[in-house]
Design a protein around this ligand. Sequence first.
Ligand code: IMP
Ligand code: MG
Length: 193
Amino acid sequence: MNKCSKNRTFGQILHDEVLQIHDKTFEIFIRNEEIQTEIASIAETLNTEYAGKEVVFIAILNGAFMFAADLMKRVTLPCEISFVKVSSYQGMNSSGRVDEVIGLNTSIKNKHVIILEDIVDTGITINKIMTLLATEHPASIKITTLLYKPEAFVGKHKPDFVGFSIPNSFVVGYGLDYNEHGRNTEHIYQLKG
Ligand code: IMP
Ligand code: MG
């Protein structure tokens, strides 16, 4: 038996109901069965709304990898999917940070773009992504997110398709992390208050 099959990820103790990561304790919040039901419903909506259109899904790494994988199994539209990261670097001739989307390996010009996010919190990340993608002249851009915190939202673009609207508390699991740990669980957990 190799080491990995005996021990879960370092720093993570999982008893299904409770998740311990580093110094924090999280408790079960949304079970995988509920997540899958909601994903099936989102897929059904997208399959209807985008029928006959040329669609490109853009999943935002790292957090959206599980959501994207499960959603795409239920999307029956002919479509492309690209996984991207949003990064910020020091511009050559300016003192400010410059944002860029890395990994977009297909043209989105005149295509219908559906962004896949794990969570929309303040909405600042989505603002950046929308601004950057708009320069490529897609036919349309809509935002699909598994989780949305309306109380924290201060952005310009509200998500169009939402799995769960949740209170303004910290969650992990099913792709979402706490200091890069906790992404590899099937359920979503909430910080124990
Ligand atoms: P924004 O505030 O909408 O720009 O969200 C920025 C990013 O913060 C999200 O894409 C997530 O990666 C992360 N984030 C926001 N809220 C949570 C949370 O409750 N758990 C884990 N990550 C979060
Ligand atoms: Mg994220």
